[in-house]
Design a protein around this ligand. Structure first.
Ligand code: HEC
Length: 126
């Protein structure tokens, strides 16, 4: 009985450590781009630049070139589809590194059209 309990607890613990640290292996900026379907064009009535400047610039830099902690990746110039996938991944808690909690709260209020427009804006910054 106790052995099984200890074993079970150990397995749960190892699993938690394994999965809690890093769930960012879905897309890393260059991989699997070809497997993402092409996104629709952004809604022209959304001012993506102001949205970015108001909500994202303080951490990601004026032109999206401030490197993200841990990954060292810049937002500027990543493909629109990859950015959308990452932002939606943060919203749905299936993408990110140790600081994903910070990001999830930043993007949780964005509508799908806003995610699309911000991603298009960032992909063209470089
Ligand atoms: C309070 C600071 C902060 C704000 C504001 C912020 N971010 Fe982030 N962002 C981060 C951090 C920290 C990470 C790395 C999180 C992790 O560990 O996964 C990150 C990561 C990202 C990534 C993933 C980069 C990659 O290639 O892996 C994207 C995309 C992103 N942010 C987009 C945005 C957008 C769009 C906004 C505005 C709606 C925004 N962020 C606002 C701090 C911020």
């Amino acid at each position: 009985m106790t052995r099984i309990t200890i074993l079970t607890i150990t397995i749960i613990f190892v699993g938690l450590v394994f999965f809690s640290n890093d769930i960012k292996d879905i897309y890393d900026g260059t991989q699997k781009i070809s497997s993402l379907p092409k996104a629709e064009a952004a809604d022209p009535s959304i001012d993506a630049r102001s949205l970015y400047n108001n909500k994202c610039m303080k951490c990601h830099g004026k032109m999206g070139t401030q490197k993200v902690p841990a990954t060292g990746l810049e937002l500027a110039g990543q493909s629109k589809e990859v950015l959308m996938e990452k932002i939606n991944g943060y919203k749905e808690l299936r993408y990110g590194g140790k600081l994903r909690g910070v990001m999830s709260s930043q993007v949780s209020g964005l509508t799908p059209k806003e995610v699309n427009a911000i991603s298009e804006y960032l992909s063209k910054l470089k």
